[in-house]
Design a binder for this molecule. Structure first.
Ligand SMILES: Nc1ncnc2c1ncn2[C@@H]1O[C@H](COP(=O)(O)OP(=O)(O)OP(=O)(O)O)[C@@H](O)[C@H]1O
Length: 606
């Protein structure tokens, strides 16, 4: 296996970090220590908010859990039973205890709040952030608002880290490990599952991603990183009180992640650096300029932030990378292996031609008084292309949703390869071998075409979060990327393999969705208006691809308005109108069916 390529910029950054305390005055070492501590929390928020799209104002509370756990255990204010007394006074054991406590607290809070959507989630994080903050100041044992002092230094190989310079290396070692493991995670199957959260739950679940789990994973990682920051903070300061764990700090952390560059690992560190330095600088400068003391830095700071957020949505990292020479986009790590021969992923055995793959029996879906699907029967066979057509509003997309588990029928049954799947949820159905595209494309526009397609292969990988973070998933990742690249080539998008999906024309985005669906190795493909927006040549190529897939034994069900495309391609047609099946048969028969002509002409007149 090839050795991982270490970017030059990273080597330079690490070297600069190593020599900094030797050449800069002590004040700056302290400043760098704080940048590191804040950066550790911002890195967690990058994952949670920047990538996962879950806004949390409550991270300072997790910093407090880490700081207070180690303060209480290492000073001995919370006495452990005699049998556990060996745990007392050791900062390292206190770190472990803090991480375990944070894990428990984060899982409970995550279970309570992550289900909330829209503005309820940030409000929920404010609520528990405030609760934990007041909790720290409530216990007399923890020193109330006065806090706890006399926290011992961390000892490393028997050497106590007493000074800011000595703590510096430990703090930045934590930061670098967190940054690199976060980068690795984002560059993996698990990372794509996390990034898919931004594409919406419906798309992610249809690709087999357990979105509840992905949300919980990033929430816990962000909380653990905040806890580690709190632990380091307590042993740097050797004193804790509740103030640094207030909501104000929670807001600052969020700013750091967003201002630095939401979604970019190095952006989060840049954000922590710039905000910490800027605040310090304004605090020193403004009273002199204005001739009076006050919290002027907060006012100017707020105005600057608004300006930045207005000017650059991609944050400071976005601005910086635009200025700097070199490639603007990182290629996914797995893509490096594309040029080498890789053992392909195992394929699902195709069903014998003609075997029933999907069957809908009297499927009815009501929305209040509206019957969108009325007692719909439908059968799709292996090695067949079936078209579901009908005028606008006939109920085709609703039917797709009932078949793919995005929605649950009010009554009726759906069977996949003979087994009932009604109400099973799209993730479980995807696992059985059904994959789909969407009427309104659901892609991750800032991710490359290749990575978008790789999301489709999610269920074909096994490696978990820890393996991904520590790059133990590289062999599997290379195989997943090779599969994604194969599907990109198969649909004719190889020229755009590393382009952002959002930069493609709409027709190409639809084609990308087909490649993503194919990456799951389905036995049934559900395509919602695949030809919409395609140019003639692209339609011809798509029809050729679908025929080839059919000949390989795949079952294909498509909804399409382009009748020229449908009639020249499909084996059978089912026509819907007002939620009901009005005709079924060969394309030629259906085209002459009076009920169908009436439905379409009626649709035109209306
Ligand atoms: N979630 C929903 N809540 C309420 N009504 C809905 C919902 N989803 C669909 N409908 C209604 O069900 C009917 C069928 O809609 P559907 O989108 O399935 O039709 P369609 O045949 O796919 O139309 P088109 O070809 O225009 O996409 C419409 O009247 C639509 O307004």
């Amino acid at each position: 296996m090839k050795a991982p390529v270490v970017p030059m910029a990273l080597v330079v950054f690490v070297l600069l970090l190593c020599v900094a305390p030797l050449v800069v005055p002590p004040f700056y070492v302290t400043l760098l220590n704080y940048i590191g501590l804040y950066g550790l929390v911002a890195l967690g928020l990058l994952l949670l908010t920047g990538v996962g799209g879950l806004t949390s104002f409550g991270q300072a509370a997790f910093v407090g859990v880490g700081a207070y756990t180690t303060a209480a255990l290492s000073t001995g204010v919370i006495a452990l039973p005699a049998a556990l007394s060996w745990m007392q006074h050791s900062p390292w054991i206190a770190l472990l205890a803090g991480l375990l406590l944070t894990l428990g607290v984060a899982m409970v809070l995550g279970a309570l709040t992550l289900r909330l959507s829209g503005h309820y989630l940030p409000l929920g994080t404010i609520a528990w952030g405030l609760s934990l903050y007041y909790l720290f100041g409530t216990f007399d044992r923890l020193g109330g608002q006065t806090g706890l002092s006399g926290i011992p230094p961390i000892a490393l190989f028997g050497h106590p880290l007493q000074t800011a310079n000595e703590m510096y290396y430990l703090i930045w070692a934590f930061v670098l490990v967190a940054a690199l493991t976060t980068q690795n995670l984002l560059d993996s199957r698990q990372g794509r599952a996390i990034r898919a959260l931004r594409g919406g739950v419906v798309m992610a679940e249809a690709m087999g991603v357990n979105t509840s789990r992905s949300r919980m994973v990033i929430f816990v990682i962000a909380a653990l990183q905040a806890c580690a920051s709190g632990w380091l903070y307590a042993h740097l300061q050797r004193f804790v009180n509740p103030s640094p764990f207030s909501l104000q700090y929670g807001i600052d952390y969020l700013f750091m992640a967003v201002v630095g560059g939401a979604g970019q690992v190095w952006g989060a560190l840049l954000g922590a650096g710039v905000i910490t330095v800027l605040k310090q600088w304004l605090q020193d400068l403004l009273p002199g300029l204005l001739g009076r003391t006050g919290n002027f830095e907060m006012i100017v700071f707020g105005a600057l932030l608004i300006l930045l957020l207005q000017r650059s949505r991609t944050g400071l990292w976005g601005v910086l990378t635009r200025w700097l020479p070199g490639p603007k986009k990182r290629r996914p790590a797995g893509a490096r292996a594309l040029s080498t021969a890789i053992e392909p992923l195992p394929r699902r055995a195709m069903l014998p031609r003609g075997q029933v793959v999907l069957e809908a029996r009297a499927v009815t879906r009501r929305f209040g008084g509206l019957v969108a699907n009325n007692a719909m029967d439908l059968t799709v066979h292996a090695g067949e292309i079936l078209a579901l057509i009908g005028p606008n509003g006939a109920g085709k997309s609703t039917m797709f949703n009932q078949l793919s588990g995005v929605d649950t029928p009010t009554s009726g049954q759906v069977l996949f390869q003979g087994a009932p799947i009604t109400g099973r949820g799209s993730r479980a159905i995807a696992r059985l071998g059904l994959s789909r595209s969407f009427q309104h494309v659901r892609l991750l526009p800032e991710m490359s075409v290749l990575e978008n397609v790789a999301i489709g292969a999610h269920l074909r990988g096994r490696r978990g979060v820890l393996a991904s973070a520590w790059r133990l998933d590289r062999a599997e990742e290379a195989r997943l990327m090779a599969e994604a690249a194969h599907q990109v080539r198969r649909v004719g998008l190889e020229a755009h393999m590393f382009d952002d999906a959002g930069s493609l024309a709409l027709g190409q985005q639809r084609t990308l969705e087909i490649a993503r669906a194919l990456a799951s190795d389905p036995s049934l493909l559900l395509l919602d208006e695949p030809a919409a927006g395609l140019r003639l040549q692209e339609k011809v190529a798509l029809a050729e691809l679908l025929r080839k897939l059919r000949d390989e034994g795949m079952a294909i069900l498509l909804v399409e308005h382009d009748m020229d495309f449908v009639m020249g391609l499909v084996d059978r047609v089912v026509v819907m109108d007002f939620g009901q099946k009005i005709a079924e048969g060969l394309p030629d028969e259906v085209q002459k069916n009076p009920a169908v002509l009436e439905a379409y002409l009626g649709g035109v007149d209306a």
